[in-house]
Ligand binder design. Sequence first.
Ligand SMILES: NC(=O)c1ccc[n+]([C@@H]2O[C@H](COP(=O)([O-])OP(=O)(O)OC[C@H]3O[C@@H](n4cnc5c(N)ncnc54)[C@H](O)[C@@H]3O)[C@@H](O)[C@H]2O)c1
Length: 303
Amino acid sequence: MSVCLVTGAAGFIGSSLINTIVKNGDKVIGVDNFRTGYSSNLLQDSDNFIFVEADVSDKIVVDSLFSKYKPEITYHLAALVSVKESSENPELNWKLNYEMTTIIADVCCKYNCKIVFSSTAAVYETNNQPCSETSKVFPVSPYGVAKLESEKFILNNSNNFIIARFFNVYGIRQNPSSPYAGVISKFGYNTLNKIPRIIYGDGNQVRDFINVLDVVDILHKLAKLKQCDVFNVCTGNPTSLLKLDSIFNGLAPNNPRTIFLPAMESEVKYSVGSNLKTTNAIGDVSFQSIEPSIKLLFFEKSS
Ligand SMILES: NC(=O)c1ccc[n+]([C@@H]2O[C@H](COP(=O)([O-])OP(=O)(O)OC[C@H]3O[C@@H](n4cnc5c(N)ncnc54)[C@H](O)[C@@H]3O)[C@@H](O)[C@H]2O)c1
C-alpha cells in the first residue's frame, strides 16, 4: 500500500482523485483550506483516508505534514483556479499558483516524494491546434504564466515528477454556482432550473471537454510511470458550444431558448489537445462520451 498526499482534496478534481486512489487500495492524506473546496466533497468513512485542514502555501505546515505522513506520491492540485481571478489579483495568483508549487516541489525533493503537478492547457499558444506536449507555449493569462513557471521550476529542481496539463474538465461535484464554473456545469444548472443557457459569441468556440473520472484515472496511471515527463490530459475530441447546447436541447427540449451575448474579450476560439503521448505511456483510455455523461450527470440523478 502506498501513501499519497493530495493537495486541493476538497476541490472538484481532488475529491474524485481521492476516491480513485482509495478504491485502488492506497492510503491518502488529503489537505485543503476550503478556499474554493467544500467539506461535503470529502470522502466519508474510509480507514484509508485522513483529512487535514491546512494551508499548503505555508512551508512549515507542509514540511510537518511530510515529516509526519511520509507520502511517496504527492498530487499537487491546490491552486487559484480562476483565470479571471488571476487577472484581478495577480499577487495572489503568483502566491498560490507559483510560490505554493515551489514549496510543495522543494519539500517533495527533501522527503524523496514524487510530485504530480496539475498544470493546464492555458500554457499553450492558441494558434497551434491540436496542442501536443511539444507545441509552442505562450500563456496569455497570469494563471497560465504561473502554471508554466511552476512547470519550469519542477523540471529544473525535481528528479521525480509528472506534469499533467488538463484541458476542460467537467463532471461530478463541479460547482455551477461559482462564477468561474465550467460551461457544462453552468448549462446543466440553467437547464435544470429552466433558466436560458447563455453563450458568449457565436457558439463556434471549440473545447476539449474531458470527464473528471477520466482525468483521475489518467492521473493515477501517470503517477505510476517511471519516466518523468509532461503529459496532456485530454480526449482529443473537439466540441463546440453550439454542439453542447444542442445536446442539452435534445435532453430538455421544452426549455427557454438559449441567449447569445457579445463575445468575451480575448476568449480562446479553439482549444483541443493531442493525447497520443499520454495513451502511448499508459495504454488506451476508454473515454466517457460527452452526451451520455451529460445525461447521467444532470438528468438521471445518479450524481
Ligand atoms: N477544472 C478544470 O477544468 C481545470 C483545468 C486545468 C487545470 N486545472 C487544475 O486542476 C487543479 C484542481 O482544480 P479544480 O477544478 O478541482 O479546482 P477547485 O477550486 O475545485 O480545487 C482547488 C482546491 O484547492 C484548495 N486550495 C486552494 N488554495 C489552497 C491552499 N493554500 N491550501 C490548501 N488548499 C488550497 C481549494 O480550497 C480547492 O478545494 C488546479 O490546480 C487547477 O489549476 C483544472
